[in-house]
Write a protein that binds this ligand. Structure first.
Ligand code: PMP
Length: 394
């Protein structure tokens, strides 16, 4: 139950375990083409947008966004909500951008007014970059108003959905966003190994108009466009060998994700998150995000209670559940993280076992715990995916 790589479904595992097809095998072409179509659906992107499926991790998707949109001397605005915002800023600098950060205290999303001010008073910016959910803080940023501000300022908007896509609503077309990217090992529900990115027509045009030297060959959208278009038209093609086994699994995973529509899947994440947070509250665990509105659906980032530290984690692991330690430098020693995304949100038994393991480990650490109350809170989640205002178990 770490925030990625996550547990995967039996069907995804079976698809990944089949003998690997060649990159021109009919079954690979069908799976690739279908996955591109499904990816547009997950990101609610227009027909003229271009999804990309590459072998790589989320960091490769970050690199790809920067490499295609940023030329040396461009200015980029990074809306900072945690550890991965800093990584995005560093990647942009290495692509030659002058980076301005809109900071926020750990656990908060930057205020919209400060982002508006930065867009108006600094710059001119080529693009705005934000984390949809930052995995180090659990903070969720609302992309819709950021897209609006970016469009008003004539700036591209790019969102890191690595810890969000499939578990949070994102409407690339309706919001006028330009790039949304993720990786396979989180709410998409696959093993690690695929970088997934959708680019708007405006983003694609920005790449084709760039003056300076082209992006590195592997990262260049223009390298991949003919191949992706061919796969979508169900024709064989080759530029660089895709991760064919993972693409077979991707078609299955995205099919499961979208079985009842993207809204139902996001709602399942919201319900799981609401249940988990209700349980944490009963157990006396405080969340790092400052407010319900700033809390992502896909994971819980929690402070250790008084008298408890990272020695809690092996006690949880001894009960068969693996959770993750803190990541953000300011709260690394005092926080831990529990993922609840992808296949796990379809498994109430996983969620329950996690709550029970945390409760029992806390008890072993000398904390008074209401294990039954926590499980009851998990099972009767409030109707919203956001943290409950009151403890429903009391
Ligand atoms: N962005 C976010 C929000 C992430 O959570 C992660 C990974 N945890 C990354 C980017 C980087 O992804 P990867 O580790 O797959 O390179």
């Amino acid at each position: 139950m770490i925030p990625g790589p996550v547990e995967i479904s039996p069907a995804v595992r079976a698809a990944a375990a089949d003998p690997p097809p060649g990159h021109t095998a009919p079954r690979l072409i069908e799976a690739f083409g279908r996955s591109l179509e499904l990816l547009r659906e997950v990101c609610q992107a227009e027909e003229t947008s271009q999804p990309f499926i590459l072998a790589g991790s989320g960091t490769l998707a970050m690199e790809m966004a920067a490499a295609n949109l940023i030329e040396p001397g461009d200015q980029a605005l990074v809306v900072s909500s945690g550890y991965f915002s800093d990584r995005m800023a560093e990647i942009l600098r290495r692509h030659g951008a002058a980076v301005a950060l809109v900071p926020a205290p750990v656990g908060a999303a930057p205020a919209l007014d400060e982002i508006r001010n930065a867009l108006m008073r600094q710059g001119p910016f080529k693009a705005l970059f934000a984390m949809h959910v930052d995995t180090s803080t659990g903070v969720r940023v609302d992309p819709e108003p950021l897209c609006r501000l970016a469009r008003e300022a004539g700036v591209l908007s790019v969102f890191d959905g690595v810890c969000a896509t499939g578990g949070e609503r994102f409407a690339l077309e309706d919001w006028g966003a330009d790039v949304y990217f993720t990786a396979s090992q989180k709410a998409v529900g696959l093993p690690p190994g695929l970088a997934l990115l959708v680019a708007s027509p405006r983003a694609l045009t920005t790449r084709s108009l760039r003056q300076a030297s082209p992006p590195p060959l592997f990262l260049d959208w223009d390298s991949w466009l003919p191949i992706h278009r061919a796969y979508e038209e169900r024709r064989p093609s080759y530029f660089a060998t895709p991760a064919t086994s993972l693409v077979m699994a991707l078609e299955v995973g995205l099919g499961e994700l979208l079985a009842d529509g993207i809204d139902a899947r996001v709602e399942a994440h919201a319900r799981a998150a609401a249940g988990m947070r209700a349980a944490w509250e009963v157990l006396g665990l405080r969340t790092v995000p400052h407010s319900a509105a700033e809390t992502g659906n896909t994971l819980s980032v929690l402070f250790y209670p008084e008298g408890v530290d990272a020695a809690l984690l092996p006690k949880i692991a001894a009960r068969g559940v693996v959770v993750a330690g803190g990541l953000h430098s300011e709260i690394r020693a005092v926080s831990f993280r529990i993922g609840h995304m992808g296949y796990a949100v379809t498994r109430p038994d996983y969620l329950r076992r996690t709550v029970e393991a945390v409760a029992d480990a806390l008890r072993e650490s000398g904390r008074p715990v209401d294990r039954e109350g926590a499980v009851a809170a998990l099972l009767t989640p409030p109707t919203t995916g956001r943290a409950p205002a009151t403890d429903p178990a009391e």
